[in-house]
Design a protein around this ligand. Sequence first.
Ligand code: HEM
Length: 203
Amino acid sequence: MGAGLDTTSASLAWMLWCTVLAGPDLWMRLRAEADDVLSGEGPFDETHLARLDLADRTMRETTRLHPAGSFSPRMAHVDVTIGGHRIPRGTLVMWSAHLAGRDPDAWPDPTSFDPDRFVDMAPERKALADIAWVPFGRGVRNCVGFALAQMELTLIIARLSQRLDIEATTPTKPLAVGMVVNRPDGGVPMRVNQRLHRPDVRR
Ligand code: HEM
């Protein structure tokens, strides 16, 4: 329940908050993309998912800034030196996806929410970003649900933008709380209406 549900629902809440607060332009661009890719009768498959580029970047930007797991432990199995720090075998090391996602060496203007930052990255910037984007961990003990979670978040934001008009009821960003899963305190209060003018899209 904790690994599979709380993480994804907390990320979805953060994604809605960030996307809606980014202003109507992003919502309309997501909607245009979803109308283009997810129109008609389907069935839809991974080729459609691959074309939800902006929705994918919105998911990546949200999980960069608000990784559901803020930090995670590792135990050093051998003596190792990282960044000039000697770490003896047996040491408990805490690494943080939250800090890596906000590292100014990897991310220009790190605290701003900008799904377009992933577009046309210079190779050296992309190499750093690939290392510093670790909301699902890395290595042999990374998240087993990472593909499912990314697919869910990408599809859900695309579908919500297609079906709903959403506005935040307060501009105050919720506090991040939670010992294990980083979630917005009190949820993300929104006013939700059905989309007024819909093209002929599949529900
Ligand atoms: C946005 C959603 C999610 C996020 C941000 C997330 C994040 C993480 C992180 C950071 C880890 C630890 C990785 C490490 O230490 O290197 C992890 C482990 C794990 N996750 Fe996820 N996760 C998500 C969704 C899911 C889903 C949907 C499932 C299952 C369907 C899942 C199952 C697991 C399991 C079983 C582990 C433990 C893996 C191991 O220790 O070998 N997670 N997750």
